[in-house]
Design a binder for this molecule. Structure first.
Ligand SMILES: O=C(O)CCC(=O)C(=O)O
Length: 301
């Protein structure tokens, strides 16, 4: 991975997203793919305490038939999302400490004092996946400020054919609710993460499924990149993406990370939530060491 902090910061602040190629080294990429394949091989076979974290295409189609031209029986046992990855295999918990990604996050947050929220895997299964609805991530994350970053680790190349993520650059600067045509005509202040407008969770729920006709008139960018790339975006950027009708899977391990003074405002909590892998606070370092004792030769005092 090339260390390009200035480019990372500039892309993120101007466009609301950036691509970092080769963030995953080949060994980590191979391990993560294997870990996801262990889950997708027989998703119906998991015990209920894990199966509850699996979101099947067949169920999504019943909830949102407009996002797939196939019917539930046609999509078989394809998964679209695996929540709570660290519960499925320790390798996903240890990914919280993956240094190249942490370096990018530290640059974007401007501090080592940021914390982990959760890890999931969004899958666009070959030939059968649904489209992705247009949305912002913040409304469903429900935090006290928008200083959150979505970090996607691409286990496969993202291509037009396999449903690469599509973003509307600059829309992270549009104030909340409702996103509508013409929004981008309003000159947006050049604010970085954490300095944005006051956020009220209940006002922004409509941003979770934005109709095509309500999208701001800005050029759409299909984020194509090789396997192993990281795509990071501000949780306010509007994004979506097409279905996968190719023969190749498109899988992104997605982490949510929160900056200083940014906390959840709902009852939901996730495995390892709140760990601060780069914090300079000895109490936080101790928490990380004790969470992963086998990874640290020296234990904290
Ligand atoms: O995987 C993608 O293309 C985007 C995923 C996404 O939008 C989400 O998880 O909210």
């Amino acid at each position: 991975m090339r260390h390009e902090p200035e480019r990372w910061r500039n892309d993120y602040e101007r466009d609301g997203y950036l691509v970092v190629e080769d963030c995953l080294d080949p060994e980590t990429l191979a391990k993560l793919r294997q870990g996801i394949e262990m889950i997708t091989a027989d998703p119906d076979g998991f015990p209920s305490h894990l199966k509850r974290w699996l979101d099947f295409e067949r169920d999504f189609i019943k909830r949102k038939p407009q996002y797939n031209d196939l019917s539930a029986p046609q999509v078989g046992n394809a998964l679209r999302n695996i929540m709570e990855l660290p519960l499925f295999d320790p390798m996903f918990a240890e990914l919280i400490l993956y240094r190249p990604l942490l370096d990018v996050l530290e640059t974007l947050f401007g501090t080592p004092e940021f914390h982990f929220h959760n890890y999931k895997c969004i899958i666009k299964a070959p030939r059968v996946s649904s489209k992705f609805l247009w949305h912002r991530d913040l409304p469903y994350l429900e935090h006290s400020t928008p200083n959150l970053i979505t970090a996607m680790l691409c286990l496969d190349a993202m291509t037009e054919q396999n449903g690469a993520t599509v973003v509307l650059p600059g829309t992270h600067r549009i104030p909340h609710e409702p996103a509508k045509p013409g929004d981008m005509d309003i000159p947006a202040p050049n604010l970085s993460a954490g300095q944005l407008f006051q956020y009220t969770p209940s006002q922004s729920r409509g941003d979770m499924d934005i109709p095509e006709t309500a999208l701001p008139a800005v050029p759409r960018v299909t984020v194509t990149c090789p396997a192993g790339a990281a795509v990071l975006f501000h949780v306010n950027i509007i994004h979506g993406g097409g279905a996968n009708r190719s023969d190749a899977p498109r899988r992104n391990v997605i982490g949510i990370w929160a900056g200083p003074d940014t906390y959840p405002v709902t009852a939901a909590r996730y495995a390892y939530q709140g760990l601060m892998p780069l914090s300079t606070d000895p109490a936080r370092q101790r928490q990380v060491h004790l969470s992963f004792p086998h990874l640290f030769r020296e234990q904290p005092a």
